[in-house]
Design a protein around this ligand. Structure first.
Ligand code: ATP
Ligand code: MG
Length: 290
């Protein structure tokens, strides 16, 4: 974490980690679409096409499933046996095994104005590979500190577990975004994540590390579980819960198959509209928090 960025309103170089140890809560969907919406807004402000942006928004994929990588149209290297990891070919796994590498070497461009450091299947063995390493939890932070100088926004997509990859994501971040899908076990899971985040903050001397944003995804207001989840999260985490929710849309699960974010796959549709609103609301809240 870069202390200079903390509470710095809408400053550049902000790293946001999308985390929730529960699987399938919409982390990758939110990270990919928020990144594309950030880039689309920025391009609009500058009066250019998103593809003309340079060094604006970066997504770092920490997941061995590589979902966010593929959802942005980047083909990850799926070689399960990496002998000599190199960042150009193997993306995130090479960077996680060597903090002296240049993270910019791992960056792939997309036509959406979003750059991507691709995930890799070998990330599932990261806990075993890095066990006992002194810098096991801070490797990503070292890379992200270099990338902050280059990118206005960095979005880090974590896997659905609380292993070394997620802890790296938390330690590297300026703020934490937790996508939550409606369900009765969500609050319990969130409390566990909250405790882990607090412990991580103490262990790594990051007093500002906390859940900054909670986003309800896959929301269907006709389902009572959805409205109940929203109400309970609002009571328990009033500061963090975003007013904007991402409605359930059949087009959301279709889009990754085409490697397109919602702003391209279904522009003006309910999910695209919601994600554009999410990035605006996050920006407003950052400014309000100072
Ligand atoms: N708003 C939505 N409407 C419909 N389906 C959605 C919505 N948001 C997410 N989904 C679907 O829910 C599933 C899980 O989403 P996603 O992969 O983003 O979750 P995740 O938290 O990243 O999962 P994991 O923990 O496995 O990494 C996907 O099939 C996705 O398409
Ligand atoms: Mg995911």
């Amino acid at each position: 974490m870069n202390p200079a960025q903390t509470n710095a309103g809408d400053a550049a170089g902000i790293a946001t980690t999308y985390a929730n140890q529960k699987g399938g809560t919409g982390k990758s969907t939110a990270a990919g679409n928020c990144a594309a919406s950030e880039a689309a807004d920025r391009a609009e402000d500058l009066g250019i096409q998103p593809s003309e942006l340079e060094g604006d928004t970066l997504v770092i994929d920490l997941d061995d499933q590589c979902d966010v990588t593929e959802s942005l149209g980047v083909v990850p290297n799926m070689d399960p046996k990496v002998r000599t990891p190199n960042p150009r070919e193997h993306g995130i796994i090479a960077l996680m095994l060597d903090e002296d590498l240049d993270p910019l070497d791992a960056v792939k461009r997309t036509k959406y104005g979003v750059d991507v450091i691709p995930g890799h299947p070998e990330m599932h063995r990261l806990d075993a590979t890095l066990a006992g390493e002194l810098t096991a939890h801070t490797i990503l932070a070292t890379h992200v500190d270099r990338l902050r100088r280059r990118y206005r926004r960095i979005l880090i997509d974590c896997p659905g577990s609380l292993g070394i990859a997620t802890i790296n994501g938390l330690v590297a971040s300026d703020e934490v975004m937790v996508p939550v899908s409606p369900g009765t076990l969500e609050l319990k899971g969130l409390q566990r994540l909250d405790t882990t985040i607090k412990k991580t903050g103490v262990a790594f001397k990051l007093p500002n590390l906390k859940i900054d944003f909670i986003l309800i995804t896959d929301y269907d207001r006709r389902e009572s579980i959805a409205t109940q989840t929203r109400q309970r999260l609002g009571e328990k985490y009033p500061e963090a819960l975003l007013d904007t929710v991402v409605p359930r849309s059949v087009r959301v699960p279709e889009a990754p198959g085409y490697g397109e974010p919602m702003c391209v796959y279904d522009p003006g549709g309910p999910a695209d509209t919601a994600f554009r609103e999410v990035v605006k609301e996050m920006r407003k809240r950052r400014v309000a928090r100072g």
